[in-house]
Design a protein around this ligand. Structure first.
Ligand SMILES: *Cc1c(COP(=O)(O)O)cnc(C)c1O
Length: 353
């Protein structure tokens, strides 16, 4: 049983998505054969970019081979020595690496703290300011306070970039994420989404105004100097996107599973975090304890992530449990039973000691 992956809607295994990928390969070949700007950009890539733009309510989108490359490519293309970058302390590693590559002056603000951000912005003398945050935080499952970020950025004339890797497909009425249909491109000018998580395939996109996308095409080195996304992946992603939009019951099912897990885990006294998304960390604190719980779960055929520093702050080692629309009640009950055993054995050890 997989409680570690990011395939939140079960689309990686969906026969329709797999068949679209196979059909895409038969029609276009196994690979793109060249970069997007040379001859690797095919009509299927255009179709996917247009569908993603409609979905997120943006003028245009641009495909990247991975989310890591999208983040690095956006920051390298938009920021330079004279830019001031402001990042949430818990932002994804790819955003930190992109900032380093850009050569910009980078500062971190306290997690989800728009007041701390505002005070850093007020003190900055840079003309070009760019604020960057994850949409859903990948190790905690909590969601950025987009309203406060938008207001703070507007007050301080800063650009806002949201990396909604874990939000697209899962959050929002049409599944377009925590930004998608709620915040327009004047409010959140730079939106990044990934395709390897809820959409079940691979790759990423940046969504925004035509001007932004044109700039990225000209200057984003991780877009320019790499082979285009395999067209079969684009075909599979188009099918996945169609399913995300036409089957909202998948998101309803996922949300019911999240609610059930949280209700039962709370009754059992498990150390739940404040997360309403499929990412449900149990913060155990100690690294050895985290590894021991993960190993006990593994023995029962249950796979969860054992996340330790430096991926998370020290003293905050955790089991990263992720839920999916294809988990059944029975799967969740088995997970909860296994977690209860971990708890009980620990209590017994303590009594003996
Ligand atoms: C997974 C992830 C990425 C990287 O996406 P890939 O397509 O796996 O390279 C970027 N940002 C966040 C927040 C992520 O969770």
């Amino acid at each position: 049983m997989d409680f570690a992956g990011n395939d939140y809607l079960g689309l990686a295994q969906d026969p329709r998505v797999c068949e679209a990928q196979a059909a895409g390969a038969r029609r276009y070949g196994a690979g793109a054969g060249a970069s997007h700007l040379v001859s690797g950009h095919l009509e299927i890539h255009d179709a996917l970019e247009e569908a993603l733009a409609r979905w997120t309510g943006r003028e245009r989108t641009l495909l990247f081979s991975t989310g890591y490359m999208a983040n690095v490519g956006v920051l390298q293309a938009l920021a330079e020595r004279h830019t001031a970058l402001f990042q949430d302390r818990l932002n994804h590693a790819s955003l930190i690496d992109g900032a380093a590559l850009s050569g910009a002056r980078s500062r971190r603000f306290h997690h989800r703290d728009a007041i701390d951000l505002a005070s850093l912005l007020a003190r900055s003398e840079c003309v070009h300011k760019l604020v960057v945050s994850d949409g859903v935080f990948s190790m905690d499952g909590d969601v950025a306070d987009i309203a406060s970020l938008v207001a703070t950025c507007q007050r301080h004339s800063a650009w806002l970039m949201i990396d909604d890797a874990h939000g697209v497909g899962v959050l929002g009425d049409n599944g377009s994420g925590c930004v998608g249909s709620t915040w327009n491109s004047a409010e959140v000018p730079i939106l990044v989404g990934t395709l390897g998580k809820a959409l079940g395939t691979a790759g990423a996109f940046v969504a925004g105004d035509a001007e932004l996308i044109d700039h990225l095409i000209q200057f984003s080195r991780s877009y320019i100097y790499t082979t285009a996304q395999p067209p079969a992946i684009a075909a599979a992603t188009l099918k996945a996107l169609e399913i995300v939009q036409s089957e909202p019951e998948r998101r309803a099912q996922l949300n019911a599973t999240i609610a059930y897990f949280r209700r039962e885990a709370l009754l059992l006294g498990l150390p739940l975090s404040d997360s309403a998304t499929p990412i449900q960390p149990l913060i155990l604190g100690d690294e050895a304890r985290t590894l021991s719980w993960a190993a006990q779960l593994q023995q029962r055929g249950i796979h969860v992530g054992a996340i330790r520093p430096p991926t998370v702050p020290s003293g905050e080692a955790r089991l990263r449990i992720t839920l999916s629309a294809v988990h059944t009640r029975d799967h969740i009950d088995q997970l909860l039973a296994a977690l209860t055993t971990c708890q009980r054995e620990e209590a017994m050890c303590l009594t003996h000691a």
